[in-house]
Design a protein around this ligand. Structure first.
Ligand SMILES: *Cc1c(COP(=O)(O)O)cnc(C)c1O
Length: 377
């Protein structure tokens, strides 16, 4: 079946009375005598957790998965479960700031050797030494929206027995399936598009049973599981993921086009624009170009001056909600990234990142225009 159908129907644990939804099983205590497993929220095996994992596994074409209480819990548990002291981890510049901070501040304490490389397949592979164990990256990449060739990256990494872990938060499973392109594991901050209404925090890792098992084991030891109420909310949100993302892609394309024609704009980063450096790759690898875009305003105009003038677009951290939000990466997602690295990526006070919502595109374009035009006078 197709993804919009799977998003609605797969995973649902219907109640005995036949109601259409998975009930909220709030229980943290279950009988064990005569049962084949011990159920407990921290063991990741309660009905609401399993319903969400089954739905997401169907959407990402995965055998198995683990649902966490945050994206970063999914990412940190995944990396720690598959890395040992002495292993090299290669990560792309421009990954989510919180993930980057965890890799820089936490993993080296466990004896893991961290190397950064530019967000493209050649550079990531070239950075691998004999002890390389995992390549970790995002595509499209935060916040400049570079696209990494996953087929090339995964094929060559596999030949060297290096695992590839992809953060698919920006694309969502609707637009791109890293596992089908050869990745070993895919992670998401489900706080973003999957939740989609800016009202929950969640994370997930998906992949083969073999690679998921040690992640579940470590997660069970270190905690990080999700409660039933949040899982049920996430399950409901996922049913509309297809139509939300479709609308967000549609709006983002119209906005990217409108911005690239504006005289106060220096550049627009959106994989759907023909002048994006990896436009053709994005066309091949993704079924649409996503709802995230960044743009640079022409100095002396600053991102903050524009941000303060918005009437509809809301200035907020996070992304992927039904409402359009914007933020300056230098103050938010990349606040903990070393200044030198941020500068190299073009992350400065002139860059604004937009998470495009499901409003009418024209209202969003009008808001952008009034915010930019007021500066001209
Ligand atoms: C937000 C985000 C994360 C971290 O997820 P949390 O749910 O905030 O823990 C990881 N990766 C990307 C791309 C994100 O946007």
């Amino acid at each position: 079946m197709h993804k919009p159908t799977l998003a609605v129907h797969s995973g649902t644990r219907r109640q005995p009375l036949g109601g259409l939804n998975t009930p909220v099983y709030a229980d943290s205590a279950y009988p064990y005598l005569g049962h084949d497993q011990v159920r407990y929220p921290r063991y990741f095996n309660t009905p609401n957790q399993q319903a969400v994992v089954d739905k997401l596994a169907a959407l990402e074409q995965a055998q198995d998965g683990v649902l966490f209480a945050s994206g970063l819990a999914a990412i940190s548990t995944t990396l720690q479960a598959h890395l040992n002291s002495g292993d090299q981890l290669v990560v792309a510049h421009g990954i989510y700031g919180g993930s980057d901070d965890m890799c820089r501040q936490h993993l080296p304490r466990l004896g893991i050797e961290l190397t950064h490389a530019e967000p493209n397949a050649e550079a990531l592979l070239a950075a691998c030494r004999d002890n390389a164990r995992i390549i970790y990256c995002e595509t499209p990449c935060n916040p400049r929206l570079q696209v990494i060739d996953l087929e090339q990256l995964c094929r060559q990494a596999r030949a060297s027995q290096i695992m590839v872990v992809i953060d698919n938060t920006f694309a969502t499973p609707m637009l791109q399936n890293p596992l089908a392109l050869g990745a070993d594991l895919v992670v998401h901050s489900a706080t973003k598009y999957m939740g989609g209404h800016s009202d929950l925090c969640a994370g997930v890792v998906l992949g083969s049973k073999l690679l998921i098992a040690p992640i579940r084991e470590l997660g069970l030891r270190t905690g990080g599981s999700m409660n039933a109420q949040t899982a049920a909310l996430l399950e409901r949100s996922l049913k509309t993921l297809a139509i939300r993302v479709e609308r967000q892609c549609h709006n983002a394309m119209l906005i990217a086009q409108a911005l690239s024609r504006h005289q106060q704009i220096e550049s627009v980063d959106y994989p759907g624009l023909p002048d994006h450096p990896q436009h053709q790759l994005a066309q091949r690898q993704m079924s649409d170009f996503g709802g995230m875009l960044s743009f640079r305003v022409k100095p002396p105009l600053t991102a903050e001056q524009v941000e303060r003038k918005f009437k509809l677009i809301t200035s907020a951290v996070s992304l992927g909600g039904v409402e359009s939000t914007c933020c300056q990466p230098i103050l938010t997602s990349h606040a903990r990234v070393p200044a030198e690295q941020s500068r190299q990526q073009g992350v400065d006070q002139h860059l604004l990142r937009l998470s495009v919502g499901i409003e009418a595109a024209q209202d969003l374009i009008d808001d952008l225009h009034q915010a930019l035009d007021q500066q001209v006078q």
